[in-house]
Structures are given as C-alpha cells and as structure tokens.
Design a protein around this ligand. Structure first.
Ligand code: FES
Ligand SMILES: [Fe+2]
Length: 446
C-alpha cells in the first residue's frame, strides 16, 4: 500500500482550531471535487422518483450533472449527462420517461441503458469506423439502500454497504422501517452563499438549536403545540438524546421509552394520526428492525459523508462560496394520505428559503462563510474544542459516542474524515471502520 504524503493539516488536535482556508480557496475546492466527490458514495435519487421502466431523474454528484435512469428491463443506472461526441448535455429536463436520449447538437442517440444506439451518418460520414459499443454514456457505480439510490465514480471504492457501515444501524430507524418503504417528494431547490461543508457540519450541531431557532421554536410551541427545547434540557445529564460519529457519518439520536414517533415531526394537527400509524406498524417494524431498535432508537439530525444531510437532502457544491440545496420530503409509503399531507406541509414550512428553521440557519452559515474571506479573520481559526476527550465506545450503540448530547466531537471527526479523503492517493489509503453492529430483524439493505 502506498501511503500518501500528508498535504493538509487543517485541524489542530490540541486546540481544536480549524483552518478557515478550506471554506474559501478555489484550489482546495477544485481538489475536493476530485478527491471527495470523485471518490465517495453520494445520494442521487430515490427509487420512488423513477418508478416505471424508462423513467429518468436528473441529479448531481458534486458539480457533475447525472441522469438516473431505470432501463427497459427495470435496472437503475447513473450516467454522466454528457454526450460522448462533443460533450453536449443529452438531458435538459428535471425528470420524465424516455426510451432514448437524443443529443440536440448532432443527434447521437443513447438508450435508457446508456448504450449509443444511433449516430447520424455512421456509415457515410464516419465510414463505418466508429465503435459504438465503447461510446455509451459514462456510467457511475450505482447501489441502493432502503430505496435511496447512491452512486460513486471510483472503481476502487468499497461497496455501499461497507461505506455506510454501522451508520446503517441508526439510518434503518428512519428509512428502513416498513416493507413498503418510503416515497420522496420534491425536491425544493435553492441556493445559499455558503461553503458546502458548513451546513453538513451543522447537521449534528445541536448546540445552536435553542439559540438560533428560538423564535421558530416559540412559534411552534404556541401554535402547533410542539414543546420548546431549552439549552438546559440539551445540556442535562442523563439525556435521552445522543451524539455519535460512525464510519465518517454524523448522527444524533434519541433513546425513547417505547415505540414513539420522531417528536420533531409531531404537531397538534397530526399527533393522533401519527400515534395511530405508529401503533399499527409496530409489529412490522419490530420484525424488520428487532425489538430494541424498533422501540427505543429514533434517528435525529444527521449527515452522510460527504454531502447528504437531514434525511434526503443534498448540499451540492457550486464553488467555494455557494451551495445549491435539494430538499426532498420523505414519508412512508403506507402512511394514510392525510398524514402524508400534513407531514409534507410541515416539512415545507420548516425547510427551504422561506422555511421557519432554514431562515435562521442560512443567516449563520452565510456569516460563518463570509468571515473566512477576511485575511485578518483567517489568522484566528474556528474553534472546535467542545467535549474533546469525552467520547468513546458504547456496549450497544455503534460508533464514537459522545458523553453529552451537546458536543463538537462529530464536527472534529467530520473534518478529520475530510483530511482522510484529501490526503489519500487512492481508496487504499482511506480507512473504513469494521462493521460490528448487531442487526436484529430482517430489514437488510432494504
Ligand atoms: S455533441 Fe452530441 S451529437 Fe455531437
Ligand atoms: Fe439549525
């Protein structure tokens, strides 16, 4: 194994100081596109977005536009949206159904399985010398977990199962509960003038919640009957909420007394429906996840390395100082329509440029990114010391579990994961944690 010479040292292990250059420098950003987005598994779509043969959905891996297709035999593929002739985009729509993709430049035509099927003047202009077999759309590796479609450009990368590793033990409790699976609605899309890493690191920063989201929490308590969480509640020990880093991915989760729905999605107007639905699906969920996870583990905020955040949401890099967000609302397919409707409505009220929570976050993230531009401010790094030395292994919960719910352990680890990708010559240099989680139930990869 060739060990890469370390190039980046961005976080001081002693002081927790983080070098702000990684948020603004174009050269670092360009390297991220290759070393992180060119290597990591990334969420690109959900199976429910392309249910029929020849359906397609247009998505992105980093800055690369990709077409997610279901071919005529039902197999899902992910292709670079680039004609093999001169590089024109072959798909201009967000989604649809098409047996073929005709390039609007010179008419090369590709099948939904990516094969180059037709070239105008193939015999005449090219004298029959083109090898069409070799000129199909550039294809990424594609695997699914619980209906979520992931793709990866790197042939050396491990399987998606190994890439998620023990993170799946937690993810299952939100994405893999029922036989019917989930449905993704959306996405809503918007741009924010922030570096892509800031919202990803923010996903398990629950320190900010009672402060940044005070006014929206106040509104939700007053009008929707959702109990406000104070800083004292967040800091209390013991605490039902926890903070954990697993194989590159960051999570918060709650250990509940019994089979309870995720509190954050429960409001006055859906509580009864929600509780009834949870009761009705209990046996099925227990069969799939085993008794302990079905009854006691609820996934909270989380991010999947590199840029999957808060459920099925993508933080797509658009230069060092801009991120395009795609937010999908995910609901279980078997939920009653009325419950689906209120969940979608509440999701839309929270997320997106006019979302109650989102507006608070946007302002912080923009300002944190902006600070990194000033050479004077850059002399003083971000401070990520909270809870250093206060995390470890737990008998049941996989990963590096913080002693407290409020900690920056996940953030330090996220930037260390960034270093592991950025300082590696190839996947042979990128460590993976062994899978040790014990899975009860028959859910599998879904
Ligand atoms: S660029 Fe697509 S046919 Fe020429
Ligand atoms: Fe927030």
């Amino acid at each position: 194994m060739v060990v890469a010479k370390r190039k980046y040292e961005i976080i001081d292990p002693r002081t927790g100081k983080l070098d702000r250059r990684i948020f603004i420098e174009q050269a670092i950003y360009d390297e991220e596109m290759e070393k992180i987005f060119g290597r990591a598994w990334q969420m690109v779509a959900h199976e429910s977005l392309l249910p029929n043969k020849n359906d397609f959905f247009h998505s992105y891996m980093g800055e690369d536009p990709v077409i997610v297709t279901r071919d005529a035999r039902g197999k899902v593929h992910v292709f670079l949206n680039m004609c093999r002739h001169r590089g024109n985009r072959v798909v201009r729509a967000d989604d649809g159904n098409a047996k073929n993709f005709l390039c609007t430049y010179h008419g090369w035509t590709f099948g939904s399985d990516g094969r180059l099927e037709y070239v105008p003047g193939e015999q005449e202009a090219y004298y029959g010398a083109l090898n069409k077999e070799e000129l199909g759309l550039v294809e990424a590796r594609c695997e699914t977990y619980a209906g979520l479609i992931f793709a990866c450009w790197d042939k050396e990368a491990p399987s998606l199962e190994a890439y998620l590793g023990d993170a799946r033990w937690y993810l299952d409790t939100q994405f893999n509960r029922t036989d019917a699976g989930m449905v993704a609605y959306g996405p809503s899309k918007w741009m924010e003038p922030v570096n892509w890493k800031t919202p990803v690191d923010n996903c398990s920063d629950n320190y900010h919640v009672p402060i940044s989201h005070h006014s929206s929490a106040y509104v939700k308590e007053k009008f929707l009957g959702q109990k406000m969480r104070t800083m004292a509640m967040q800091l209390a020990i013991p605490n039902a909420n926890h903070h954990v880093f697993v194989n590159g991915h960051s999570f918060t989760f709650q250990v509940t007394e019994g089979n309870e729905p995720r509190g954050v999605r429960m409001y006055k107007d859906n509580a009864e429906l929600y509780m009834r639905y949870y009761g009705e699906t209990h046996d099925e969920v227990e069969r799939r996840l085993g008794s302990y996870r079905a009854n006691h583990i609820q996934l909270g905020n989380h991010s999947l390395f590199p840029n999957g955040v808060l459920g099925f949401r993508l933080a797509l890099p658009r230069g060092p100082l801009m991120t395009e967000f795609w937010h999908f609302e995910m609901v279980e397919k078997g939920m009653p329509d009325e419950l689906k409707r209120v969940l979608r409505q509440r999701g839309a009220a929270n997320n997106g440029p006019v979302g109650l929570n989102e507006q608070d976050d946007i302002d912080n993230w923009r300002s944190v990114t902006e600070s990194s531009r000033s050479p004077i401010a850059r002399r003083t790094g971000q401070l990520l010391t909270m809870g250093a030395g206060h995390s470890g292994r737990h008998d049941i919960w996989p990963g590096d579990v913080s002693e407290r719910y409020i900690s920056e352990n996940n953030q330090r680890n996220f930037y260390r994961r960034w270093l592991e990708f950025m300082n590696a010559d190839s996947w042979a240099d990128i460590p993976l944690e062994p899978m040790t989680a014990k899975y009860e139930g028959d859910a599998g990869m879904g």
